[in-house]
Design a protein around this ligand. Structure first.
Ligand SMILES: Cc1cc2nc3c(=O)[nH]c(=O)nc-3n(C[C@H](O)[C@H](O)[C@H](O)COP(=O)(O)OP(=O)(O)OC[C@H]3O[C@@H](n4cnc5c(N)ncnc54)[C@H](O)[C@@H]3O)c2cc1C
Length: 363
């Protein structure tokens, strides 16, 4: 069997689906190859944090645009994709991040102990630096994947891309029972991106790791549940993040630490995933008395980081093949997909997204 289209996207995670959306908006025909279930790779789980705060001001500006896209998608698809509950951050980075946000025109504010308690009663008493990003909130990841996926239901090819190569003016794709002929290919295959890109001569400096996040239920109903990033260390762990379930019944919470993996996916210290899950439960016990510290659910995921920062992202190009890689990309997915689609139509990666731009450089 064969499949042809103007563009092929490899991977139906949030980045591949967003890219396909923007390509289709340009009137291009799109085929999306997906080896598993759409949204079950790095995009798995119930929620992600949408926050404007980043160390790289370019990512703040892109978050402003991405938020607008999320609003438009919510309206167009008739379902709220990002909550209005806000994003909270605690710890020493708050003053610097607040200054950067103000510089970019984002209305974030420093909050005192009492306001913090009102916004997140589940949190234990905290008297350090804290801020609220009122435009932040929790992304309903399953709804986001579902609405975008529904748009391409008949164009998702349930096959694994084994290899791809340039052929004449286009790109040939080899899959187990398919041969594809496309004008261009965008690789958005998560942990599979670097290997496919290497086949066309692109060396992506992706660092592979494994991550664990654990879900905890709120004690009783709450009407508002802002996201939380805690870098304060006040409760015995730093780099803790939490996003709310769409029904606000709990948090998906984890430590930002990952367990290193070799390029082929081998993990030397598997038990560390168990220890990190236990550390998450201990954090909830200390920091969130308004939540039950008994884990209710667990998500294990691959993560793909770039060397220049935890929020690093870039698009590589070799001829008519483009490859997207990075970490913490869910919130920016609408603008990353837009940039990848623009790369295809313009024949070059837009300024700001090339590897040399090192978008998402840590402060
Ligand atoms: C636990 C956790 C918490 C996170 N928290 C946040 C957060 O709060 N905010 C935020 O913005 N980001 C967050 N992130 C990061 C964010 O989720 C990811 O950056 C994003 O989901 C990546 O999406 P993707 O489409 O690039 O990859 P994926 O979702 O992994 O999609 C890639 C797809 O490609 C498919 N595929 C792979 N190889 C092939 C092949 N050869 N042929 C066909 N298909 C293939 C896979 O099956 C997969 O479905 C978090 C990530 C994790 C793991």
């Amino acid at each position: 069997m064969s499949v042809t289209s103007d563009v092929a996207v490899v991977g139906a995670g949030i980045i591949g689906l967003s890219t396909a959306y923007h390509l289709a908006e340009q009137g291009l025909s799109v085929a999306v190859y997906e080896t598993g279930v759409p949204g079950r790779g790095q995009s798995a789980g119930q929620s992600r944090i949408f926050r404007h705060a980043h160390d790289d001001p370019r990512l703040i500006a892109l978050a402003v645009r991405a938020r607008e896209h999320w609003r438009n998608w919510s309206e167009a698809f008739g379902t709220r994709l990002v909550s209005d509950d806000g994003a909270l951050a605690l710890g020493g980075t708050v003053p610097r991040r607040l200054a950067l946000l103000r510089q970019e025109g984002v209305a974030a504010e420093a909050i005192d102990r009492g306001t913090l308690r009102e916004l997140l009663p589940a949190l234990a008493d905290f008297d350090g630096d804290a801020m609220l990003d009122p435009g932040g909130g929790s992304i309903d990841t399953r709804a986001a994947i579902a609405v975008l996926r529904s748009r391409f239901a008949d164009r998702i090819v349930a096959e694994q891309v084994i290899s791809l190569h340039h052929h004449g003016d286009g790109v040939t794709v080899h899959a187990p029972t398919m041969l594809g002929e496309h004008g261009a290919v965008v690789i958005c295959a998560g942990r599979g991106t670097a290997a496919l890109a290497r086949g066309v001569g692109l060396a992506l400096p992706v660092r592979l790791g494994a991550h664990v996040r654990v879900s905890f239920a709120t004690r009783g109903r709450v009407d508002r549940l802002p996201t939380l990033q805690d870098g304060s260390g006040a409760f015995g762990a730093t780099g803790v993040y939490a996003a709310a379930y769409p029904d606000r019944s709990g948090y998906g919470l984890g430590l930002s630490e990952n367990v290193a993996a070799h390029d082929d996916g081998a993990i030397d210290d598997g038990p560390r995933l168990t220890r990190l899950a236990a550390a998450a439960a201990e954090y909830v016990e200390r920091a969130l008395p308004g939540m039950d510290p008994t884990p209710r659910d667990v998500v294990h995921c691959w993560v793909t980081g770039l060397p220049w920062g935890d929020d690093g992202v870039a698009i590589w190009q070799e001829g008519r093949v483009f490859a997207v890689a990075g970490h913490n990309m869910f919130k920016h997915a609408p603008v990353i997909g837009e940039a990848a689609a623009a790369a295809v139509s313009d024949g070059r990666v837009p300024p700001g997204f090339t590897p040399d731009d090192r978008l998402g450089t840590a402060g």
